[in-house]
Design a protein around this ligand. Structure first.
Ligand code: RP5
Length: 189
């Protein structure tokens, strides 16, 4: 039975207490020191009302737990995994080796990392047939958005929420442009 540190997300707008909803997104990381970055993925899931679980799974310190997590993930109802690691960041690739669920890798610029570059290089060049979708360094929020985009393929509510999210992003840029114009900023568009 995985994971003892798991908390499923409350639906959007509710409090943070665990819910009985089956988590769809599994957010895992190699160390507690990664949590300050990876918590952004949980926050995005919460905002979209997507049930998730979040826990520590170290490929080096708890290798058997990693195998158990990856092998049981699909059976437990998870649909996509987000795996973060820093330095010798083997977690996303190794988890991908043990599951057919899509795995999104988050390279972390941890204290042991060479500015996140070793983390990226540890996960991007996966062998053919065992992909990891790697996002930018420390980009846990984007990993969650990508996970939700995957879930939205078969979920009209999430697709609608993503459309609104994109519109909000656009509106924010347009408001900024308007503010800059008022301040004398020239643009020829
Ligand atoms: C990796 O080593 C973890 O993902 C973390 O980014 C890094 C450092 O871990 P700690 O030494 O802080 O536990 O396995």
């Amino acid at each position: 039975m995985i994971p003892d540190t798991t908390a499923a997300a409350a639906p959007s707008g509710a409090d943070d207490r665990p819910t009985t909803e089956t988590p769809l997104v599994g957010i895992i990381m190699g160390s507690k020191s990664d949590l300050k970055i990876m918590s952004a993925a949980a926050e995005v899931c919460r905002q979209f009302g997507v049930p998730y679980e979040i826990t520590l799974v170290s490929p080096h310190r708890t290798p058997h737990r990693m195998v158990e997590y990856a092998e049981s993930a699909r059976k437990r109802g998870l649909r996509v995994l987000i795996a973060g690691g820093g330095g010798a960041a083997h977690l996303p690739g190794m988890v991908a080796a043990f599951t057919i669920l899509p795995v999104i890798g988050v390279p972390i610029n941890s204290t042991t990392s060479i500015q996140g570059l070793d983390s990226v290089l540890s996960m991007i060049q996966m062998p053919a047939g065992v992909p990891v979708a790697t996002v930018g360094i420390d980009s846990a929020a984007n990993a969650a958005v990508l996970a939700i985009q995957m879930l939205a393929i078969g979920n009209a509510r999430l697709a609608d929420a993503l459309e609104k999210y994109r519109t909000a992003l656009k509106d924010r840029v347009m408001r900024t442009i308007e503010e800059l114009r008022k301040g004398g900023f020239q643009d020829d568009v």
